[in-house]
Design a protein around this ligand. Sequence first.
Ligand code: IPM
Ligand code: MN
Length: 330
Amino acid sequence: MSKHKVGIVGGDGIGPEVIAEGLKVIAACGVELETIDYDIGGARYLKDGMVLSDEILDEWRGLDAIYLGAVGTPEVPPGVIERGLLLKMRFDLDLYVNQRPFVKPDDGEGSGHDFVVIRENTEGAYAGEGGFLRKGTPQEIATQGSVNTRMGAERAIRYAFDLARTRRAHLTLVHKTNVLTFSGDLWERTFNEVATEYSDVETAYNHVDAACIYFVEDPQRYDVVVTDNLFGDILTDLGGAVSGGIGVASSANLNPSRTGPSMFEPVHGSAPDIAGQQKANPVAAILSGAMMLDFLGEPDAADRITMACADAASLTGSTAEIGDAVVGRL
Ligand code: IPM
Ligand code: MN
């Protein structure tokens, strides 16, 4: 197999440390990557004001994948890196599925779970619709709309149905149809229409507030969950919290049409308070690397890495020691 071309964005804080372990584990599997490093993120922005240039984006379109640690520094105002880098990548590279798996091993009392959240990744409240009126006056108005297209909802929903077919054939739509009667209606109608093509997949619906309770009290009811961008953001932090913590939560920002590279990153942020101290848990980044290999057509290596991280709670020590321990378990 030819070498996969992967753009590496270590980024800020603990990002470079955890990505180094991910690359170490991938190399130990015998998968060869042709990597290209990109110095972007909060620190780069503070140096010369560059967030994400059109040149870099164009270069990325020719890559197979992007492997990203974490971006963001406390010195940069909120929104600059989030909108200018992460969301720009998701939108401009059309990474319309954000796939986040949550696995908690069984402790012998049937308490484990294994489900995946498919978060729509290009629309909703993240689209940036809205603005200010009369800013800075006592009558100030801020609106922040939620953009929902039939196409956007449908492609995320179809991806989720296809994924459910490869698993336990159960898919839950999460929304808030009782209050969001426009966007919720579009999502629910689309979900029900697509469901007629997947009669082998059992479906369910939960309001997002109820889903928060089920994530904590009965996560075993879920196989695949599909939801919009903002609900998916919130629910996946909760998913991480009930599945061994954010230190082991992995994610894939996918362009399933493969018209460009997909992007793989741990769910956690840059954690500047512990940066450079070898204190970060690299398992989330390592597992995100496994998702990348799976998407690149290396399912055997991906499975080996995932298995090696299965008992993540027993992996302790410094960032590099955990990386070495995963290599030892391959
Ligand atoms: C995530 C993050 C991002 C999001 C932020 C950093 C823009 O929280 O990937 O979940 O809200 O999508
Ligand atoms: Mn988030």
